[in-house]
Design a protein around this ligand. Structure first.
Ligand SMILES: Cc1cc2nc3c(=O)[nH]c(=O)nc-3n(C[C@H](O)[C@H](O)[C@H](O)COP(=O)(O)OP(=O)(O)OC[C@H]3O[C@@H](n4cnc5c(N)ncnc54)[C@H](O)[C@@H]3O)c2cc1C
Length: 509
């Protein structure tokens, strides 16, 4: 079993190679002098400054950056990649950078899809992949302590094979992403209806603040000890502190699984089915609804039907009951029974659910492709879905916009949109402009309908302005917290829509 440091997976080839790649941003680039590099290396962390290394690490899986890569451009170039191997080195590196006023961009799997780990103003890129490993397992309490840089597949394999446990957190990017990245982005696994999102799994955190101070948060099953500092850092996207390790809730590895699938007369009927299942108190691990376009794309059933797949795992009696509740509710709003589908429909999804190979050929083929996930209460979702699909497809150059409901809760669900487009002119600038227009149409429509800006991908660079708009005056509170914890503004500057003394982002939003 491999539980050593993993490495990021590049999203797409940089045309012309990393050695000749140029930076997309024209923002000012803070340099790392030879003497500073020596101080950083004296902490014991690995320091790399080669252009090819910095060109690779200057990007993540942001689909817009994948388009730039087809023209040999990376979003931004750090001046040094620094790879600490323990929390003490993280403290020392941050203390030095804080003293020298050098921006620090934490990064790990670099699987973020919104430019969150892009080192916008140069300085230091803090690669956390070496903070890897399972540090302890409390099987009695079902709590594990894990290094933030541990990749998802390594973590889950170790839990299953050595401890007969599961974390239950299965993002599609399982092999691409790390525990720290899940926490920093407030991520969701595909089984979140049973196990919760990552914010529900966290018991405690070890965090290093901008000045190098190491703190520990949380630690008890529940506690009434003032505001929950775990949740201050979960979702902070590297702007408030660097997570070095985490205590997470885990579960016994499932004894049994059960699955079922149906098709409904419309997306609205499928949404109502999911709502009713949750309303009964049932929480099957997976309850996933595809609109007509995606049902046809995945299962070739025509565009008139909306497919739902349901899957549960765990204690066989509970699993059986979850599926029984779902079967009871499997009808359209007018009572017409849903059409049961073969279990192969679920098998097909299970087999393909971690496949991340679809994006590159489409982008190399000249298309822009992206996904946008939002969350909203059940009462607004039918309108949010219809208005966003209509607004996106109305943008000239948009070829397709569709959605599925990927994660359900008693009060609402996540709508996950996918869009593709091709501009009239085959230039990177035209593609970026089209990307921005379709994104604005979809994000604007869902916000107007009453949805949150994001359900699990987070904010990064792409959604900064949208977060400011959605939060209104509350965004200033975020700014005050940032100023208090990081007065020199060194940690992941200009992300989460926050301002920065290093400059402002000129990358398209
Ligand atoms: C094909 C594909 C499928 C995906 N599917 C899902 C999915 O199902 N569910 C989901 O939630 N997401 C999904 N994502 C998005 C992405 O995988 C997640 O956001 C993931 O949590 C990022 O983890 P990472 O280790 O790659 O972080 P990175 O991309 O390296 O960093 C992301 C952000 O977190 C910060 N950060 C990283 N580590 C730390 C740390 N230790 N301390 C402080 N800040 C840190 C960075 O500064 C950055 O702002 C998908 C992405 C791709 C490409």
């Amino acid at each position: 079993m491999e539980l050593g440091p993993g490495v990021p997976t590049p999203p797409i080839e940089l045309a012309g190679g990393a050695t000749d790649a140029t930076a997309e941003t024209h923002a000012s680039r803070v340099t790392v002098s030879d003497s500073l590099a020596e101080r950083l290396a004296a902490t014991g962390a690995v320091v790399e400054r080669g252009h090819d290394v910095l060109a690779e690490s200057g990007r993540d899986w942001w689909p817009l950056a994948m388009t730039w890569a087809t023209a040999g451009r990376t979003p931004a170039l750090a001046s040094a990649l620094v790879r600490p191997t323990d929390a003490a080195q993280v403290s020392e590196v941050l203390a030095i950078c804080n003293e020298e006023r050098v921006p620090v961009t934490p990064s790990a799997g670099r699987s973020g899809v919104l430019g969150g780990s892009v080192p916008l103003f140069g300085g230091v890129q803090l690669d956390l992949c070496s903070l890897a490993g399972l540090r302890s397992v409390d099987d009695e309490s079902l709590i594990v302590d894990v290094g933030a840089g541990t990749f998802g597949d390594h973590f889950e394999n170790e839990l299953r094979e050595s401890h007969a446990l599961t974390c239950g957190h299965w993002p599609q990017s399982m092999t691409l992403s790390t525990v720290g990245g899940w926490l920093a982005c407030r991520g969701a696994g595909q089984f979140s209806t049973r196990y919760g999102k990552i914010e529900d799994m966290v018991v405690g955190l070890d965090v290093v603040l901008a000045d190098g101070t190491a703190i520990t948060t949380g630690g008890a099953p529940r506690q009434a000890t003032g505001p929950d500092l775990n949740q201050l850092f979960v979702g902070s996207e590297g702007t408030l502190g660097v997570i070095t390790s985490a205590r997470l809730r885990v579960h016994p590895a499932p004894e049994s699984t059960a699955q079922a699938a149906w098709s409904f007369s419309s997306f609205g009927d499928g949404l109502d089915f999911c709502r009713r299942v949750l309303r009964q108190g049932a929480t099957p691990a997976v309850l996933r609804l595809y609109d007509g376009v995606e049902s046809d794309r995945n299962y070739h059933l025509g565009t008139e039907r909306a497919v739902v797949i349901a899957m549960d795992e765990g204690n066989p009696r509970i699993v059986e009951t979850m599926l029984a509740v779902a079967r009871d509710q499997a009808h359209d709003r007018d009572g017409t029974p849903a059409e049961p589908l073969e279990e192969e429909v679920v098998e097909h999804w299970l087999a393909k659910r971690n496949d991340v190979s679809q994006l590159e050929p489409l982008i190399q083929g000249g298309l822009i492709v992206d996904t946008m996930e939002v969350a909203g209460p059940w009462s607004v979702l039918p309108h949010a879905y219809a208005s966003a699909v209509e607004a996106m497809t109305a943008v000239p150059g948009c070829l397709a916009a569709s959605a599925h409901a990927s994660h359900s809760y008693s009060d609402g669900a996540c709508l996950y949109f996918t869009f593709a487009g091709k501009p009239e002119h085959d230039t990177v600038e035209s593609k970026a402009a089209l990307h921005r227009s379709i994104w604005a149409a979809g994000q604007g429509a869902t916000l107007a309908a009453g949805c949150a800006v994001s359900h699990h991908h987070g904010i990064g660079l792409q959604r900064g302005a949208w977060l400011r708009e959605a939060m209104g005056p509350a965004h200033a509170v975020l700014g005050h917290i940032k100023d208090s914890l990081d007065p020199n503004g060194i940690l992941n500057p200009a992300k989460l829509g926050l301002g920065s003394d290093f400059g402002s982002s000129d990358l398209p939003r």
